[in-house]
Design a protein around this ligand. Structure first.
Ligand code: PAF
Length: 284
């Protein structure tokens, strides 16, 4: 397995792989890999000759006062996991490689970035779309694998690749959960024991919403108000948003149907956690 930090070297390697008729799959990450990332690598491995893992904590997707500096990093441990998962190349560029001096180009997806995380974190998806476009241009993968935990991110990336005619198949995989239901996230490391317990309120809210729907409740406002009551009982929980949206448009719904996805973002202490799931099927 190679670790490449230079954009031009990476580009050369990928051009050679393509010329040799090899298929390339990319798993883009910000590192500090957990089991959820490993499931993406497992899927990527099945789909290609050359499996690339990118590890880059992308500064342009963090707002002022967010956790860019504190974001956990451990390239040594990530490399061990990558080796075990059969990764061929880790692409781990420095900021100066991705955003050299005079850098001035950004990718903006309109509409579906205005709500949910896009509303709470202005500029976030501009940063995500910019770096993902750059990774696609550098690596030229045939497929790229993302997790459904960042449901809106996946929808935005699908929109971008379609709108910009990027020849990459975008694959979304189910949320990977701890045994007690907490969605895996590199940010879970910020939680102390008590907060870790309180964080279960996100997946419990999803389970409660599904139960309400199964028992005949279809009014989104009623479901959301029930969940808010439960979450607000947790001492360290502060709701950023709880919404029930159409899976494709991400527009708020009034009544639950087969396209309804519950999306939540809740601060537990200072840590902002997200979760989501379909309400009619038990499908993350
Ligand atoms: O989901 C992430 O880890 C990041 O947003 C991504 C897609 C790697 C872009 O920096």
């Amino acid at each position: 397995m190679n670790i490449i930090t230079s954009v031009s070297e990476m580009q050369q390697k990928m051009i050679s792989a393509r010329s040799a008729g090899q298929t390339i799959s990319l798993v883009p990450t910000m590192g500090f890999l957990h089991q959820g990332h490993l499931s993406l690598l497992e899927e990527g491995r099945k789909r290609c000759d050359v499996l690339v893992l990118s590890i880059f904590v992308n500064p342009t997707q963090f707002g002022q006062g967010e956790d860019f500096d504190d974001y956990p990093r451990d390239l040594k441990q990530d490399s061990q996991f990558a080796e075990e998962m059969g990764v061929d190349i880790i692409f781990a560029p420095e900021n100066s490689q991705m955003y050299p001096q005079k850098y001035a180009t950004y990718v903006d997806v309109e509409g579906i970035t205005d709500c949910l995380c896009g509303a709470s974190r202005p500029g976030h998806f501009r940063g995500v779309c910019t770096v993902v476009s750059k990774l696609f241009n550098i690596i030229q993968p045939h497929s790229a694998v993302f997790g459904n935990k960042d449901f809106q991110q996946l929808a935005v990336i699908k929109r971008m690749t379609c709108d910009l005619n990027m020849p990459v198949e975008i694959i979304g995989l189910p949320i990977y959960r701890e045994a007690d239901g907490l969605a895996m996230s590199s940010r879970n490391v910020y939680l102390n024991n008590d907060q870790r317990q309180q964080a279960l309120v996100l997946s419990q809210s999803l389970a409660r919403a599904r139960k309400l729907v199964a028992s005949g409740e279809s009014d989104c406002a009623v479901i959301i108000s029930n969940l808010k009551k439960d979450i607000n009982q947790k001492a360290e929980a502060r709701i950023d948003y709880i919404q029930i949206c159409h899976q494709l448009t991400l527009e708020d719904q009034t009544d639950v149907d087969a396209d309804s996805v519950l999306l939540l973002a809740v601060y537990i202490g200072k840590t902002r956690l997200i979760d989501n799931g379909f309400l009619v099927t038990n499908h993350d």
